[in-house]
Design a binder for this molecule. Structure first.
Ligand code: ASP
Length: 342
């Protein structure tokens, strides 16, 4: 390569030399792609820990593969979230919790940090992967947020197939609703402490080799929610936010509190004002909990790929891949690191 540059220089091709050098420098300094996922914050019972660990690891690897193959951050976060929507250990896609009528009504959002473009859907009942529909809203719709019947029409138009709504209902979700109906308490999204019924919202934040950031979040909401209830997850600024100039955040926890506090954007604002990813995540989650007396969790990446993880709930499962290591945890101050060779 150096020979090529010298030869170009000798031939007085200054501009070509300069461009070639810039391209090489750019390739050399391409960012290390990083991806982090969460599998929901809440009172996760011990019996559910293994399923969550396995699920977040599979999901983060699925997203990381997309990044390694040169895929965009947007495609990577979608792949990671689809993996968890397919896994009944999580409260998203198959295995979503049920509303008061015993129905699944899912919500998802996705955002691209390069141009702040976003896509979101809510009250989705007959599709397996709401995050993929949200992604299509981002790329193929003049609108940012579609709900209910309109989201269904859009999805059908774009070639998504419906599934019978009952096929999305798991035994755990049915048990969680029963438990809620017996002694329900809103504010706790993981209500399965006794009978392991509840499961978690999912999210992913990625930065690709070009330094572009994307975030995706998907949920079934809360067990026993009212028909038509919309939470924080599909709301840009609450459940999801991405800005290439700052970073990306996906949140989970008590939806009504997260949306009042605009939790994802609160973390972004703190980072914009100079906080590092971890401090900003901790400060905003703690601030929300102190102010509104409900719990939440968030995962964050800064524009440089620094990681922030914090939750005020009992547990939150998370995993990330960076520098050939897969890190994961679910308890407070727990960080397990495995070697990871793709
Ligand atoms: N934030 C979600 C909701 O309230 C639930 C969760 O994150 O567990 O819809």
């Amino acid at each position: 390569m150096v020979d090529l540059l010298l030869e170009l220089f000798r031939q007085n091709m200054y501009f070509v030399t300069l461009w070639t050098a810039l391209l090489l420098i750019n390739g050399y300094f391409a960012m290390e792609p990083v991806i982090i996922v969460h599998g929901g914050a809440g009172d996760i019972p011990q019996s559910r820990v293994k399923g969550k660990f396995d699920g977040v690891k599979v999901a983060v690897i699925a997203g990381h593969k997309v990044l390694l193959q040169g895929g965009s951050a947007l495609d990577a976060v979608e792949a990671a979230v689809v993996s968890m929507e397919e896994d009944e250990n999580f409260n998203a896609g198959y295995g979503s919790v049920l509303n008061l009528r015993g129905e699944v009504a899912m919500e998802a959002s996705i955002m691209r940090g390069e141009d702040l473009n976003s896509g979101a859907v809510t009250l989705v009942k007959e599709f397996r992967n709401p995050i993929s529909i949200a992604h299509k809203v981002l790329t193929d719709s003049p609108h940012s947020f579609l709900g209910g019947e309109g989201a269904k029409l859009f999805a059908l138009e774009k070639g998504f197939s419906t599934v019978p709504p009952e096929s999305l209902i798991s035994e755990n979700a049915k048990n969680a609703l029963e438990e809620f109906l017996q002694h329900g308490e809103f504010g706790r999204t993981e209500i399965g402490v006794k009978n392991e019924g509840g499961v978690g919202t999912v999210g992913a934040v990625a930065i690709d080799k070009h330094g572009h950031i994307a975030v995706a979040t998907s949920t079934g909401g809360m067990s026993g929610k009212a028909v038509g209830r919309i939470g924080d997850t599909p709301l840009i600024g609450s459940g999801t936010y991405a800005d290439d100039n700052v970073g990306g955040v996906s949140t989970t926890g008590h939806g009504e509190s997260i949306l009042k506090y605009c939790l994802a954007h609160s973390i972004i604002k703190l980072m914009e004002n100079g906080s590092d990813a971890n401090t900003a995540t901790k400060e905003a989650v703690t601030g929300m909990t102190n102010r509104l007396n409900n719990t939440a969790g968030a995962i964050t990446l800064s524009k440089n790929g620094d990681v922030g993880i914090y939750f005020s709930s009992t547990r939150m499962s998370w995993a990330y891949i960076k520098e050939n290591k897969l890190f994961y945890g679910i308890e407070h101050n727990e960080v397990i690191a495995d070697d990871y060779a793709p």
